[in-house]
Write a protein that binds this ligand. Structure first.
Ligand SMILES: *[C@@H]1O[C@H](CO)[C@@H](O)[C@H](O)[C@H]1NC(C)=O
Ligand SMILES: *[C@@H]1O[C@H](CO)[C@@H](O)[C@H](O)[C@H]1NC(C)=O
Length: 261
């Protein structure tokens, strides 16, 4: 063995060691979704829907490694609907300590819009169905519904059946260290539901006759309240969901979202 060959084989070893070190490093630094969520092939919608269900299930009890609290129930601070909406609905409704139950039980129907073109914003659209969502809060109400005066302060429960949600978001693409990162820009939630049942404790200072007849009127005309209230709730929910998605995806380069083979 000549000196040159020894030198060459040493060089080869150094290269091998170097590339082993590098590949270990890239294993450490390559982004992984929190377990049990896995990557999908690009445009494999069925796989993405499965991951969304796993994410919902995981988020129900929280994702501490991503600083996401338990979302069952999901908590919102305050929802306010103030002023006259139309001739039939003139109320101020303030909801505090809002809890949304079953939000993570949604069945995702579609997820569309992931793109390979990173030179423009991405628009994602997802649709889901939730058999039953319950909203609970403290409430204060004052005003008129169908010219009937309403006032009270107590606990509110709204049960929403068969809630269909269309969720659309525009994501900005930012480049850092040669990689692309998505961040939520706008988010919009639109919902339709089959029925809403409303219950409020302590209407009219607990007057049983007055509150029972008012609740009956409200439930027979549930769309009256929900048509104006759901967009406000959806806006608060949208902001919350945007914040949660930001936390979940913030350090993940888009290059690492999908399987490459
Ligand atoms: C990507 O989007 C930009 C901006 O809309 C467009 O000009 C370009 O042609 C697109 N590239 C591809 C490969 O589609
Ligand atoms: C949650 O969803 C399940 C299944 O649809 C339903 O049986 C249950 O009543 C819901 N719970 C609440 C608090 O809405």
């Amino acid at each position: 063995m000549g000196l040159n060959t020894i030198y060459e084989s040493n060089q080869k070893q150094v290269l091998l060691i170097l590339s082993a070190v590098l590949s270990i490093q890239s294993c450490v630094f390559a982004f992984e979704f929190p377990e049990p969520i896995t990557r999908c092939h690009f445009a494999d919608e069925k796989c993405m829907i499965e991951q969304a269900h796993k994410l919902f299930e995981k988020a129900a009890t929280g994702v501490p490694e991503r600083d996401i609290p338990a979302l069952e129930p999901m908590k919102l601070d305050k929802i306010e609907m103030l002023g006259d909406k139309n001739s039939a609905l003139k109320i101020d409704l303030i909801m505090n300590d809002v809890e949304i139950h079953n939000y993570t039980k949604a069945r995702v129907i579609s997820i569309k819009g992931f793109s390979k073109n990173l030179s423009k914003p991405m628009k994602l659209v997802s649709q889901n169905i939730n058999p039953r969502i319950t909203i609970k809060s403290k409430y204060k109400i004052n005003g008129n519904i169908l010219v009937l005066p309403i006032r009270g302060e107590g606990e509110l429960t709204m049960v929403l059946d068969n809630v269909k949600t269309r969720f659309s978001t525009t994501l900005k693409v930012e480049k850092r260290d040669g990689k692309h990162f998505l961040s939520g820009d706008t988010i919009k939630l639109e919902t339709q539901m089959d029925n809403v049942h409303i219950d409020m404790t302590n209407l009219f200072n607990g007057d049983k006759t007055l509150s029972e007849s008012m609740l009956q009127v409200m439930n027979e005309n549930w769309r009256l309240l929900s048509d104006d209230l759901t967009p406000i709730i959806n806006k608060a929910l949208g902001n919350k969901v945007k914040e949660l998605l930001q936390k979940f995806f913030k350090d993940i380069p888009y290059e690492d979202y999908f399987l490459t083979d």
